[in-house]
Design a protein around this ligand. Sequence first.
Ligand code: ADP
Ligand code: NI
Length: 215
Amino acid sequence: MSNSSQQISATISFVKTRMQAFDASHDWYHVERVWKNAKQICQKENVDSEIVELAAILHDVIDRKYFKGSPAEGQQLIRNHLQEIELSDHRIQIILDIINNMSFSKNGKVTSPEQRVVQDADRLDAIGAIGIARCIYYAAKMDNPIHLPGILGEYEDISAYRKNGSSTAISHFYDKLLKIKNTMLTTTGQKIAEERHRRLITYLNDFLSEWEGTS
Ligand code: ADP
Ligand code: NI
């Protein structure tokens, strides 16, 4: 299978099957948005767009919150698929390195220019209007409150956040969402993040003033 669009179609089928049971914060539509963001960011970056697209499409299949196998089994699952579509070992390794290092909570290293694009594309989906919806959805799913007075951010550093997560939807804005803008690695990603960051701030201000009964 040497044709790139065939490799991408086969990867979409693989991911759709695997992610069927995932909830709406990490479903196929999240992946599709990340893929679209990645293609947009790609236009201005000097990167291998096929690696970017495949990594974007595969990035959440072995997320530790959903994938029940061991990390080694996860790696093998992705490797098997990429071997099946006849990707070279070198390109397979680049994709695995991206998937293993791009998470915000993991705070991994940047292993390739392609990772910058995929990582930014994923983080964009955690902010702005979509990010707010995902955050509230996720909090509800965890049975967490929307907001508790006095809890506006619970962690100073990412490793502490990674261990326990945020206990309310609004706290998650401070623990993660408002920090995302400053972690962007591409010019296009940064530009989109600035607009989406403004949407977070507007929402938070409206939310907190309604909570106080001042508007
Ligand atoms: P990453 O894969 O970058 O570490 P996660 O998978 O933890 O990120 O988060 C994915 C989505 O779920 C994001 O949109 C994030 O805002 C949301 N989310 C994660 N943890 C919480 C939480 N405790 N409360 C509300 N939303 C959360
Ligand atoms: Ni993701």
